[in-house]
Design a protein around this ligand. Sequence first.
Ligand code: ASP
Ligand code: MG
Length: 433
Amino acid sequence: MVWWQLVNNAEIAAISSTTALQRERISVSVLKFGGTSVKNLARIQHVAEIVRDRLTAGAKILVVVSAMGDTTDYLLKLGSQCAKSPDRRELDSLLSTGEQISITLLAMTLQELGIRSRSFTASQIGIFTEKVHSKARIVDINSANLNRALEHNDVLVVAGFQGVTADGDITTLGRGGSDTTACALAAAIGADVCDIYTDVDGIYTADPNVIAEARLLKRVSYGEVIEMARLGAQVLHPRAVELARQYKVRMRVRNTFKPDHEGTVIDEGDGENMEIYRSISGVAVDKDQSCVTIMNVPDKPGIAGRIMQALAENNIVIDMIMQAFHPTAGHNNITFTVHVSDLDQTIKTLESIKDDLDASSVISDPDIAKVSLIGAGLAGQSGIAATIFNSFGAAGINIKMIATSEMKLTCVVSAADADRASKIMHSSFGEEE
Ligand code: ASP
Ligand code: MG
């Protein structure tokens, strides 16, 4: 088997079993700090102090940091000023420099506090990814390197968001990917906990900036957070939580600016009890979505497969696929949603196969939003959909697409209706916790 092949699409298909460490049982915690937490030198100092305060005798800390503040956006902008659609290999190298700045500054600051600390880029420590630019998945981590570095240091500061291919090319894991780096390292090293420090108290039932009634969740299951993140809640990188679930890494989301606040624990949840104490956990809104329709494709076997294949070959992830049932027409429209950043590539791809498929045209709408209700106990509650659709109707909100699964109910509405729709959804479930 080629070692970088992904098994079952899982990130880090195999962490070598020797990993669980020939290390004596030294406890290692992984702490991740996002861009706002390391926005300037004063904040880096603050982060260094949190790390110092958490360092207990004999224990080790692995810190993962994002780029300072909006650095990644700034770098992206620079790149787009040099080329209309910049080469993805070059762009990844450029973007990775943001994290290289923050790790070195934090390592120096920690050293000033008398802590044995060193910074590492992904290629220095060995975070290997597949050969895909801008959204590469991690396939392996060199845990021998990690252990060696931990022998000589008390705190390792590792660059989030970046990886390296077997050929030595720098890759990035997708926006917000530092969370994924943190969870992958926590899994590889067998860490006791992976704390994600950010600028809010934890995970809420909705975005508190939009919905004042949003409540902080003390504890939430991996599955629910994965749904929230996938459906647009700006909580965590969904892949991070997937990794944590797969490798049973206990996660916490905490506030950098209130280090004593307990935040939100993410773990397996209470199994059966989960549904009893809470059927719905939150509302997520994703405004960065667009919908695309390929019109009048022949209604025969194989067509949908060819469309999805073409999109998959271009690494385009689509969602909410909808095909209506036209018993007499002999033709179908196939509609799906796609992230706005993939919209151009999606249209290009569909245009290139349109004639072969005998489809009539490709149309798209970038002004949509996905509004979703998430909860482990949603499946058994058919009345919830009725309540929500009725309330949308009463508020004059048109639902363009609907999708449901065990843990979620998603409606596509126009972007202009998104906030109103999310408020209605949120008020449809009471104060349960
Ligand atoms: N700096 C990267 C970004 O802004 C990665 C991260 O923050 O997690 O997307
Ligand atoms: Mg960021």
